[in-house]
Write a protein that binds this ligand. Sequence first.
Ligand SMILES: [Fe+2]
Length: 226
Amino acid sequence: MWAPVLDELAPYRFDELVPTQPLYLDEWAVDWKIAMDNYLESYHVPIGHPGLNRLFTPDYEDQRGIPGIARGISWMREAPSPRWSERVYQKYVAEVTAPHLPEDERRSWRFYSCLPNLGIDIMPEQIDFFQVLPRGPGRCVIRGAAFGLPDERREMRLIRWLGNRINMQVNAEDRRLCERLQRGLRDSAYRPGPLSQIETWMLEFHDLLRARIPEVSLPQPPARFA
Ligand SMILES: [Fe+2]
């Protein structure tokens, strides 16, 4: 499945990466599908993730064309963020990662989601992966870890710390968005999506679910789940 993107991943030298943080497990009080839906579209970023929106231009490309792999690429803004941590990251990340990376890769964050439940986020200074694992109705586990090229320079440690700080905030925002959505599902006013044709990858995910789990197309839950 990943073969069509191997060339664009090559500059990051995955085979030389080492762990930069321990494996983490985080339990969310949301359905597995809701958490995964959230990772499959980028147009919630300007509203849901103010920090990312301060750092990156809104030309999030949810590109189709690679079966099973969703890809979004965000480009760093020139205008400095008003927040110090984002501003310092923005100012130095390209310089600190210059020994390892070509120029385009130093100024972009790349998000790959592989159906049905794997994500790989690629920043210039490190990458992380995560899996969304079902734990029954209304519960799922996010399991992930981060990796980087061996580099003990103080400036690289600073950039990784700042990148983690920005990402922890994004993660907390996604969790809050998903928990609100989970509450919304119980409301009698709820109507299923899709809301828009730009939810390209969500549509593909739902087609996959309908193909593999025929019960999801039933108007009512099967008796054993009712
Ligand atoms: Fe998000």
